[in-house]
Design a protein around this ligand. Sequence first.
Ligand code: 2DT
Length: 212
Amino acid sequence: NKESSSPRGALIVLEGLDRCGKTSQSGRLYKYLLEQGHSVESWRFPDRNTGVGQMISSYLTNESQLEDHAIHLLFSANRWEKRSLMEEKLKTGTTLIVDRYSYSGVAFSSAKGLDIGWCKAPEIGLLAPDLVVYLDISPEKAAERGGYGDERYEQLEFQKKVAGSYLALRDSSWKVIDATLSIVDIEKKLREVVLDCMMTCHKGKPLSQLWR
Ligand code: 2DT
């Protein structure tokens, strides 16, 4: 039985504002862990490849409109539809590096004015990350970085609200890395906290669930 014989993988989540460097750092981390011989996969939310993901994608590109609560629940459904695969991967020893998770869900929707408690509710019972890394950058600095794309949330005023929501969500277990450091320095700090977390999971830290 593979499940009981191999140590489990770690659920690592990267969060932060648009343009904080999350996506390139998760790519570099993935490559590094792979080269070190770890079983690892790189995931992201929203996962635009599913049916729900396609609805989310057309909302983000402004091809469709959805009521704020409705799109919130779609983002959550998009995580629920991947939950069992996620659990299977972790239990059979694969570490997952996940670019955005429930925290993005709550931060972006509550930035629109939705109640935080309401936003958290549909996330209850999803797998809790073993590590949340927040790449910290001010909205102004992020906006200076080669500009935003054309997607719905990529505007300075909205990103300021998202930054405030993230601040309200953060707890002492999060590892905050200054996203204005050099790419290599960020990468180094990231590797450190990730390897440490993987070790803890390896030693038998149980998987847990969000926000119970
Ligand atoms: P990317 O640019 O990283 O593809 O994100 N978002 C994301 C939400 O509003 N709720 C969520 O649950 C998630 C995961 C953040 C697309 C945008 O979607 C936002 C940016």
